[in-house]
Design a binder for this molecule. Structure first.
Ligand code: GLY
Length: 256
């Protein structure tokens, strides 16, 4: 029996809706846990994430994805066989290793920030999907995701994850952000006397959505100009072509 195993590779996230018997997978996403650019520094809840227009990732093949989906489906099957069918959202964190995808953890929820990559792409009625989950039958519900890429970058207080500079005012020009085509989501902020103040956690997420990762990344950066303030930090490297290419090369070398 394996108690502990070190796994090396690239992490990716697969989220799925489960009606207790079958799962409906969502587009793959890659989160960035490290605080600083170049995947340096301490671990955080996630500084940003991206997804690709083909719903895979540039370093994940169709067969890798199928293996990850099969692991999640067999988990759902095992729970049902034990009389505990799981209805809800299943979050699977995988490491893509030289031997294919390995499960790191499951969560009974959406990922944060990964939810913000997939939900804006959901073309079906979310309430209808939830109805299918709750009634234990998703088979007759439509669950379609738009073929678009997304790049999400979190605006966080300086020191986030260690000693955040909380209580700092930030300015969010929501109209400007929307005009750029991106989505803006407030996270952990307080509103006081008409001002938006940071807390110790992530403040605002900006999500670019376009036909390719490159275009979504550029859109996200344009929208980020509409969020300003002192003592805030963003990992601008997330979703950049050269950063993703390094991941592709790394996985290529691992597979050899
Ligand atoms: N993005 C990591 C998590 O939601 O657990």
């Amino acid at each position: 029996m394996v108690l502990e195993e070190k796994v090396t590779g690239e992490e990716f996230t697969l989220q799925a809706f489960s009606d207790g018997r079958r799962i409906v997978p969502m587009p793959l996403v890659q989160d960035h846990k490290r605080a600083f650019e170049g995947d340096k520094g301490h671990n955080t809840g996630g500084m940003g994430s991206y997804s690709a227009e083909d719903h895979l990732l540039p370093f994940v093949t169709t067969s890798d994805r199928e293996r990850a989906v099969a692991s999640m489906q067999s988990t759902i099957d095992a729970l049902a066989a034990e009389g505990m069918p799981y209805r809800g959202v299943l979050y699977g964190q995988f490491m893509l290793t030289a031997d294919g995808p390995k499960i790191i953890e499951f969560n009974a929820r959406f990922g944060d920030p990964e939810a913000m990559n997939v939900l804006p792409l959901l073309e079906s009625d979310f309430a209808d999907v939830c109805q299918g989950i709750a009634s234990g039958d998703l088979s007759r519900k439509e669950c379609e995701f738009r073929r678009a890429a997304t790049v999400c970058k979190y605006v966080v207080p300086v020191g986030y994850g260690l000693a955040s500079k909380a209580g700092v005012p930030i300015k969010v020009d929501e109209e400007g952000g929307s005009r750029s085509g991106a989505e803006l989501f407030y996270a952990a902020v307080n509103e006081e006397g008409g001002r938006i103040l940071t807390t110790s956690s992530r403040a605002v997420a900006v999500v670019g959505i376009d036909s390719s990762i490159d275009a979504a990344e550029r859109q996200c950066e344009r929208a980020l100009r509409f969020v300003s303030g002192e003592d805030i930090y963003v990992r601008h490297d997330i979703g950049k072509h050269e950063v993703i290419q390094r991941k592709v090369e790394r996985v290529r070398a691992l597979r050899k």
